[in-house]
Design a protein around this ligand. Sequence first.
Ligand SMILES: *C/C=C(C)/C=C/C=C(C)/C=C/C1=C(C)CCCC1(C)C
Length: 240
Amino acid sequence: MKTLSLFIEITKMDPTDYVGFTFFVGCMAMMAASAFFFLSLNQFDKKWRTSVLVSGLITFIAAVHYFYMRDYWAATGDSPTFFRYVDWILTVPLMCVEFYLILKVAGAKQSLMWKMIGLSVIMLVTGYFGEAVYQGQAALWGAISGAAYFVIVYEIWLGSAKKLAEQAGGDVLSAHKILCWFVLVGWAIYPLGYMMGTEGWYNSFIPEGSIDVAYNIADAINKIGFGLVIYSLAVKKQAA
Ligand SMILES: *C/C=C(C)/C=C/C=C(C)/C=C/C1=C(C)CCCC1(C)C
């Protein structure tokens, strides 16, 4: 007679499975960051609490997806592209919301937020087409996605978001600048990973590599680091 059945199935891990390793670390890092942001909420007044709450939501949504991606990878050895893009389509627009929230002090309008959200959705949907649906045309879809990415970069570095940041000045301006660097450098890891993992004209100079290691490292930097910039801005503003 069967007396006990375990509902948890544990897949054996290969010690040289570095992709699997980064999925495990990703799960824990995203969880810990979420706990940190959520538990800090009480120390902020209403105005800054929303920004820190959104930081926590971003890492929390990522944590849940990392658990799925980790198991998917362990069970199949394939890239969990579907879960990856579901995660991004929820978290990247929330990062756009963060730009809007911190610039609200300078009178940012909701139209700025929707514009950024729209651009990020175009960037991700076209990226998904190239990576998962029309793999033969990865370079073309990647280029469209890249164009949307450049418009986002332009908007925050030189466009209206930059002007608002300058009007706000002080801590908001410095936080905005750091976030701009995240988008320019940290987000650039994603198209590099995409080129490592898809076929296109770029294969001659971009080495073939693990798309998942690139994405996992980029996610840790961009979601947790980005959230911490918002957190420290809130701490400074709260003290002032
Ligand atoms: C937390 C997740 C983040 C910040 C994800 C960001 C993703 C990107 C910036 C992806 C960009 C891409 C391109 C610019 C071209 C190739 C296709 C993508 C979707 C990988």
